[in-house]
Design a protein around this ligand. Sequence first.
Ligand code: ZN
Length: 444
Amino acid sequence: MKIGLEIHVQLPTKSKMFCSCPTTDAPAPNTHVCPTCLGMPGSRPVLNREVLVCGIKLAKMLGCTIADEIWFSRKTYFYPDMSKSVQITQYDHPIGTGGVVYLNGKPIRITRIHLEEDPGKTKRTGDMHALVDYNRSGIPLAEIVTEPDLSTPAEARAFLAQLIQDIKHTLDLENGERSIRCDCNISVGKERCEIKNVTGLKNVETALTYEMVRQIKVLKAGGKIERATMNFDESRGVTYGARKKEFEADYGYIDEPDLGIFHIKALADSITIKEAPAKMITRMADQYGIDQKMAKQLVSTSTDLAQFFETVSKQYGTENAIKWVAGPVTAHWKALESRNGGTDEVLAVIGKFASGEINDTECGIEIKCAMTGESAENAQESSAGLETLINEYLDANPKVIEDYGKGNVKAANSVIGYVKKNTGSQYSSSEVVETAKKLIESRL
Ligand SMILES: [Zn+2]
């Protein structure tokens, strides 16, 4: 089975792609519009430079080759949400080509990334009527196209989740998933079908799974898969057949004469991007000899936490970074973030441990105090309370210790429910698991 994705990412610019209309939520339909984004005769597009900057950042993030010169094309099709009957997009000179992204070590090739404007929105109001809202018309999008390198619906979902995290980090987005739409191509046999406009990780997996089963059934019954474009019904979780797939040439692309050619080499050379989370996970696993899972847990909790791991490793050795940062510092990270706290004090505590000034237990408590703002007395009391509870649970459930000893580290998670039942939300799940692991290990 082969799956390829076409991912539309809304770029976080203040104004639209070719005019100065704002991209913020509009108070009412058709209020953030002007002659350009309505496609009135005589209006002319002017490219927003910020769109190029975002496109270059994403192309770099994907490891694509960035073109020295780019231009735009008009894609011709008639639909009410596209009032000028052409969409400005990129056809034969996209901003980036030929990249690669690694998903748990597996290379997923990126065919291309190009820039285009979003059409408006139509809303059906009855059998015979629909309303059109052009507020979205002209919002800048990047379209990322992958090769059909994904092998299962679950893998497609995992890839998309990783990509969303990378995009959020690279473009400083608050909420990545909301502004991402996906066209999903899937083939079980020779011919592929495309499911249009799926939003959300879960929907992508559901739509692909449904389509996979449908294609297998058709083939098993001796039928033939026709190349087609399908829609996805979110409420029923099914794909339904649509129109025969048109080919790119059917759109009658022509070069966009109003915009001309953009020489972007100097701009591309001047832009550096932050290391994307997916790359950071692979590098940290390599560099510090920790497993992918630990690297992933650090980075996905926060890239700041992962950076703190690197700082501790540099100053006090990787062993201390694993012991303290991957342990209690991770467990209390959310508390530190919610207080807008810094890591200086925590670093000093780990320094005291490294020099032998304080012991294991003291270090654990001082880290907790530094991160949660609790007093030492409270921290001592609450961690003693937590230990008592967990010990009670372990006494009554020796099988947990046995399973953990056999290598099933997830067995420690079973204690969470017991602690929550007795204390409400006093302890975070990660703190409970962290303490449980310590106590189980002391009994092995
Ligand atoms: Zn406008």
